[in-house]
Design a protein around this ligand. Structure first.
Ligand code: KG4
Ligand code: ZN
Length: 355
């Protein structure tokens, strides 16, 4: 079955066409095309996402991507060998005006091609991003979803069954990367830049790993963010910032910046790794899945695998391919395929949808 996936929950406009066969244990998959139009350049100027601009960009980009996929004029019929049987569109969680752009676009195509729509949960989509490559994870499993909007630990006893074990009490981990990036005058989003500079630094500053000693599976990143700010204020002088959004910035060498990045990453990841592996042990998980934008981080991958080998050698750990860690529509199309029996005539945006 061919599925057209549409993703517009945040600042990436994405469309993908996949062909899938089999069930979640025996999946056969071909990703025919996977396109992402990033809006980063537009939002960078504002230091974060501006929802009205994101909505405008989605409405501009969707027909362009659609046309690219089918290489013909928008809303006309794709050639028969590429005709999808269903459309999968993200309905939440995300920014309401952005979600509506995707949903309304899906409705137009649905009417034109006379094919049904399945509404997809973006968070479940991130989980299914690891099913876009082989080998497939085995149930029961523990899923860690780490992105710009979420830090969520979930237990899945069997397919489509989710129990939230814990989540962040304040900032999401990706948000912490972006906010600390701003203090260090990186452009938005800062995850990739922090990772790159951290490679040149030493993790020689003792930042706290919040909630690491608590028995629950919750997280918190506001305290770590404040600890980095206090460290900067204590050790470095300030100057007027060149950045439109900051009054002042710190006078700091590249070497010291790199040490802060490395130390922050270590503290931020330590608690994620320990709590996830503890949950995997407690719930006797066969697999651990780590997904979402922050799962693209190579240092996190290496640390996770090192500790898993020591603590839980019999449990396998799964990360998505880098291109499918951040927002994309292939994961949405696959989620729609798994839920292909739940097509709906009436679809609405659900900005606060839970997994
Ligand atoms: O999943 P995603 O694309 O969008 C949301 O659903 O939020 O995640 C985006 C987040 C951003 O906060 C970005 O800074 C972070 O993922 N990110 C990273 C890396 N690549 C993206 N964080 C750390 N290391 C990376 N390599
Ligand atoms: Zn996402």
């Amino acid at each position: 079955m061919k599925v057209l996936g549409i993703e517009t929950s945040c600042d990436e406009t994405a469309i993908s066409l996949i062909e899938a066969k089999g069930n979640i244990f025996s999946l056969k998959l071909k990703i025919i095309s996977n396109l992402v139009a990033s809006q980063i350049k537009i939002h960078q100027k504002y230091g974060g996402i501006v929802p009205s601009l994101a909505k405008r960009e989605h409405s501009k980009n969707l027909p362009i991507l659609y046309q690219k996929i089918f290489s013909q004029s928008s809303f006309s019929f794709p050639t028969s060998h590429l005709l999808p049987q269903i459309i999968a569109v993200t309905v939440g969680p995300g920014l309401s005006p952005c979600l509506w752009e995707g949903i309304n676009f899906a409705k137009k195509i649905s009417k034109n091609l006379k094919i049904p729509i399945v509404g997809v949960n973006h968070l479940e989509g991130h989980f299914f991003s690891v099913f876009l490559k082989k080998p497939l994870p085995k149930f029961p499993l523990v899923v860690l979803i780490i992105s710009g909007g979420h830090t969520l630990l979930v237990f899945s006893r069997k397919p489509f069954n989710y129990k939230i074990l814990g989540e962040t009490k304040d900032d999401a981990i990706g948000e912490a990367f972006d906010k600390i990036g701003r203090m260090l005058e990186f452009s938005y989003p800062a995850g990739v830049q922090i990772e790159k500079l951290a490679k040149k630094g030493k993790a020689n500053i003792d930042f706290p790993s919040p909630m690491i000693n608590q028995k629950n599976y919750d997280f918190s990143y506001a305290g770590l963010k404040t600890a980095v700010l206090y460290h900067l204020k204590k050790h470095f002088k300030t100057k007027r910032s060149q950045n439109f959004f900051l009054k002042e910035s710190f006078i700091i060498s590249e070497e010291e910046k790199a040490n802060i990045c490395a130390s922050f990453q270590k503290a931020a990841f330590e608690v994620l790794i320990q709590k996830t592996l503890r949950a995997a042990k407690e719930f006797k998980a066969k697999s651990v899945v780590v997904c979402g934008g922050v799962a693209a981080n190579e240092f996190l991958k290496k640390e996770f695998k090192n500790q898993q080998k020591k603590i839980l050698p019999q449990t396998k750990i799964f990360f998505p391919k880098k291109e499918f860690s951040t927002d994309n529509a292939a994961m949405i199309a696959l989620s729609g395929y798994f839920h292909r029996n739940k097509t709906r005539k009436r679809l609405i945006a659900k900005p606060n949808l839970k997994i």
